[in-house]
Design a binder for this molecule. Structure first.
Ligand SMILES: *[C@@H]1O[C@H](CO)[C@@H](O)[C@H](O)[C@H]1NC(C)=O
Ligand SMILES: *[C@@H]1O[C@H](CO)[C@@H](O)[C@H](O)[C@H]1NC(C)=O
Ligand SMILES: *[C@@H]1O[C@H](CO)[C@@H](O)[C@H](O)[C@H]1NC(C)=O
Length: 135
């Protein structure tokens, strides 16, 4: 009898330890992953530019979006803290400058650093729908 209890306790301990390890290793947050996929769709369709990289931003390729190119997460919280989107779009002959819609960055509420350089941005659409031109 006593032996069985010890065994059960050991099993419980293993389960608890496993849960803690899984928690520690947990990747990006689902909300932010969906946000990245939305952002990718937006960049492709609205930049009017030839779509270039972000091939790793694929729901099927890797569940943990913290491992996607140009994305950095805080590994203890799983939040996206860094988006390195410099030069992610390439203009085509028919491309005019385009406007960024900042609504697509709302899912990343722990974002510390956002690099958008060299993307032929003409300005951005504010979340309220106001419009600002970057000089
Ligand atoms: C982006 O894609 C182009 C080809 O389309 C490739 O030449 C370039 O090395 C890629 N850049 C990065 C940072 O992966
Ligand atoms: C990650 O998040 C934790 C908790 O908010 C914070 O203490 C830590 O400084 C963060 N690390 C980085 C690299 O931002
Ligand atoms: C910006 O994107 C959000 C979310 O997709 C959308 O609801 C909003 O209408 C967009 N704003 C403009 C001005 O396109």
């Amino acid at each position: 009898m006593e032996r069985i209890f010890v065994k059960n306790d050991l099993c419980l301990l293993i389960v608890v330890v496993a849960l803690i390890v899984v928690k520690e290793l947990e990747g990006c947050l689902e909300k932010e992953k969906l946000g990245l996929l939305d952002l990718k769709t937006f960049l492709i369709s609205n930049s009017g530019s030839t779509y270039n990289n972000l091939t790793s931003w694929d729901d099927k390729s890797d569940v943990d979006c913290c491992l996607w190119e140009r994305v950095k997460c805080n590994h203890s919280t799983g939040h996206v803290i860094d988006l390195l989107l410099g030069g992610v779009t390439i203009p085509t002959d028919t491309t005019d400058d385009w406007l960024l819609n900042f609504s697509y960055f709302l899912p990343f509420n722990q974002l510390v650093h956002l690099d958008l350089k060299a993307n032929y941005l003409d300005g951005w659409v504010e979340i309220e729908g106001n419009f600002i031109v970057i000089d």
